[in-house]
Design a protein around this ligand. Structure first.
Ligand code: AMP
Length: 449
């Protein structure tokens, strides 16, 4: 299939050709025809699959070919969970609107409110925004959504995870007319709240799932190294930096303080490293991301802040200096490399504090993991064994200690579910003095913590 099979405007085709794209990607092949027909859509696809153009091309085509519902209101609204992702979508949109009369604006939290009022007054055709700030403007009457034709939710799962449900509802209510089309993109369609929202926001949507969002990444070579402690992780990193050639690298750490500390350590070793943390002011974060994406830094050290959606084509290596708390985050982190068909390397360090997270990741990926080793780095840690003991042996004391934890352990139809706990900035850790007994004597269940 070629882009001209979609029957889209010649100018749009010329722009796509100019960007160097010959063939639509899988998500584009499926989403573009439905969206062009005006259908609502709920689609999952992995990051780096070309999903941004899958919604921008139909959006552009609509503006070129169809008469506006309103002269003043925005015609297309694109919402993204983070400022970084919104900026990236805006960047791709600007490439498409470049030679047209269509105006696009970017409305982000953390930036000057009055400047945004001024750009909204110019009646843009496209708004790309993070939900919180956009709703502030909406409530203050700086723009209206009565004429909105196309609402696009990028990474809807993350927006809901970040607590933007109310803002999405407000936006939906403000643009609630029959002619609105809605396209919802999510890393996964198996997300209860996404499905609930889809029922409210979408009208008989077509469902598109390209592969399994979490099992692809064929172009990313994954390696895991065990480490006893922080010093060994640093030694592993030093070895990799010295012995592997890389274009750009992102190193993920567990905490903000670690990003600073590690970036400084690398700088003292004369590496061009920079730290990105949520503590920085928005303009500083923007500057760092801009300079990293332009190649002015070789190494970016960050927390999960930079794990989603960002399209950085020169990142050849991702290092999980600390394993992420949630298995899904692992997939998003390593998705920063292997972009647009390039080969990428994802290297993870697994110490005692990372063990539980590592087990979650390997179960999630459904892959057998063989640990790599480096000669001269003598690692003693070899994992933490699970303890399973018969329920009959549970002493009265242990039973009473187990009560709160037992609440987290819900048994339904012979399946055991563990409710996830958010433990702040630190990776999930094992208790220092674990309660020695488990509630359920079942090989398929993990130790109760
Ligand atoms: P996304 O999934 O939207 O973040 O896109 C990932 C990358 O794929 C971006 O750098 C796009 O410019 C690129 N891309 C989008 N569509 C195509 C295509 N049809 N062929 C090759 N690369 C593409």
């Amino acid at each position: 299939m070629q882009f001209n099979d979609f029957g889209i405007d010649k100018r749009l085709l010329a722009t796509i050709a100019h960007l160097g794209f010959d063939q639509p990607t899988a998500i584009q092949q499926q989403a573009i025809p439905c969206a062009l027909q005006g259908q609502d859509l709920i689609a999952s696809s992995q990051t780096g699959s070309g999903k941004t153009l899958a919604f921008l091309i139909p959006a552009m085509q609509r503006l070129i070919k169809q008469r506006a519902l309103s002269k003043r209101d925005p015609r297309v609204l694109i919402l993204a969970p983070t400022r970084e992702l919104a900026k990236q979508v805006f960047g791709q949109l600007r490439l498409l609107t470049g030679n047209t009369q269509f105006k696009a604006v970017l409305i982000l939290g953390g930036e000057n409110f009055n400047d945004q009022v001024n750009v909204l007054e110019k009646d843009p055709h496209f708004i790309v925004a993070t939900p919180g700030r956009l709703v502030d403007h909406l409530k203050q009457g700086h723009f209206y959504l009565h004429g909105l034709e196309l609402l696009i939710l990028d990474e809807a799962d993350r927006m809901l995870d970040l607590g933007f449900a109310q803002q999405l509802t407000d936006i939906n209510n403000a643009a609630d007319h029959r002619k609105r089309q809605t396209l919802l993109f999510s890393a996964t369609l198996e997300h209860a709240q996404v499905n609930e929202f889809a029922q409210i926001l979408l009208n008989k949507p077509k469902r598109i799932a390209i592969g399994h969002a979490y099992t692809e990444h064929q172009d990313i070579l994954k390696r895991f190294y065990l480490a006893d402690n922080l010093e060994q992780k640093q030694a592993l990193l030093a070895h990799l930096l010295q012995h592997e050639s890389f274009q750009q690298m992102i190193i993920f750490t567990a905490t903000r303080a670690d990003t600073e500390r590690l970036a400084q350590l690398l700088q003292t070793q004369h590496y061009n490293a920079v730290a990105l943390s949520g503590e920085l002011a928005q303009n500083q974060r923007n500057q760092i991301m801009d300079s990293f994406s332009k190649g002015q830094h070789k190494i970016l050290v960050t927390t999960d802040l930079a794990s989603r959606g960002l399209d950085l084509v020169n990142v050849s290596h991702v290092i999980n200096f600390d394993m992420p708390k949630h298995a899904e985050e692992f997939v998003h982190r390593i998705g920063r490399t292997g972009r647009a068909g390039e080969q990428g390397d994802a290297i993870s360090f697994v110490g005692p504090k990372d063990w539980l997270s590592f087990q979650n990741v390997s179960a999630f990926l459904q892959q057998e993991v063989n640990f790599s080793t480096i000669a001269g780095i003598d690692v003693k840690f070899s994992g933490i064994k699970r303890k399973t003991t018969s329920v009959k042996k549970v002493s009265k004391l242990a039973k009473s200690k187990l009560q709160p934890a037992a609440k987290k352990h819900i048994k339904r139809n012979n399946k055991t579910f563990h409710l996830a706990e958010d433990v702040g900035d630190m990776p999930v850790m094992k208790r220092k003095q674990p309660i020695p007994l488990t509630l359920i004597d079942d090989d398929n269940t993990d130790e109760v913590e």
